[in-house]
Design a protein around this ligand. Sequence first.
Ligand SMILES: *Cc1c(COP(=O)(O)O)cnc(C)c1O
Length: 418
Amino acid sequence: MERKTIHLCLAHMSEEGLEQKYIKEAFDTNWVVPLGPNVDGFEKELEAFCGQDKRAVALSSGTAAVHLGLLNCGVGPGDEVIVQSFTFCASTHPVTYLGATPVLVDSEPDTWNIDPELLEEAIKDRIAKTGKIPKAIVPVALYGMPYKIDRIMEIANRYEIPVVEDAAEGFGSRYKGRVLGTFGKYGVLSFNGNKMITTSGGGALIAASDDEWREIMMYATQYRESFPYYQHEKIGYNYRMSNICAGIGRGQMTVLEEHLAHHKHVQALYEELLADVPGIHVHSQPATGEYDSNYWLCTITIDEDVRIKGQEGAYKTIVTSAIGGAAGVIHAASSATTDCQPNDNVEALREFMNQANIEARPLWKPMHKQPVYASVPAYVNGVSEALFKIGLCLPAGPCVSDDDVRYIVETIKDAIER
Ligand SMILES: *Cc1c(COP(=O)(O)O)cnc(C)c1O
């Protein structure tokens, strides 16, 4: 019998179907709008989870949360924002929505996240070159791994630059016991279908004060002033989360701890089963006791000298779908290769696993290697580009069983030529 495809990270609803209960309530009480009791309830639950007296605004996406966080840091046309280069495009694109320029900073090898040394170098160099201080710093919890937030905050505070934490992949990850998204001026969460919990699509911005919370809420709802008619004094956005989506979120909050435990369990099993496979390394959090990653995805690196079956055929055919299948809409690629891509053995392993109904995915291609950011300033040490060439993401979501992990590891072992 053919195996069902094992996906990277699929949504998984609560056993009791609480998501549907909250949605039904929304219909029964006719709150089918982008506000309402589920949105308020979901925000309260996020605030309780985050602690630190934080406030939360539920939004239509994590991308919207990045956008409003930066907007509320005063980012505007002509400004620069420092962003971790090793990330998904939703960290950098909103900088451009605001007419500002991302300044990309490379990673350090321990967490794969923004390198604090290089961050400070970039700040100094931007001030020297432009005479202006960057308007914000965006570290990213890549694959859920906490960034070196103590060092980042120390530098950011010294230069008085606000930090917008992109914890979209790191919901529930902690540093020294404190939830990511609660250290900076703002914290970004995502509830897309493939993240730690889902609202189908959605996100949230975590803020520190009632005043900031109110301002973000104004921007998220078209900046309507209090009059009996529409009165606008600033440009706003239609970014508020729907009461239907928030109903899913409230149900999902009941399984968050379960999901966190499961992701960590899957990671530990990968670490155990792959420990004796030469040339394959599982990326783990630094063992200093400060880091508590949610292990959203398990990531491995593959030494260049590991020979994979079918490696000579890697990149011989043009791929006909965009990664993640974005709405099924693509441009036809004119070539099977670019000037910066994973090694042949990585692509061969991805394809071998694909044939075995396992979804593996290359690491995110660093933004400083993306054609769309070819002309923006970048402070690079080679770490993220090197990782991109040797790395692969493995399935780790709540639908991945122990048996699946064993099968995935056996498939990797099968793929290696000996
Ligand atoms: C998913 C993600 C976001 C936000 O994504 P949405 O899909 O808009 O919710 C932001 N940053 C990173 C790093 C992400 O992975």
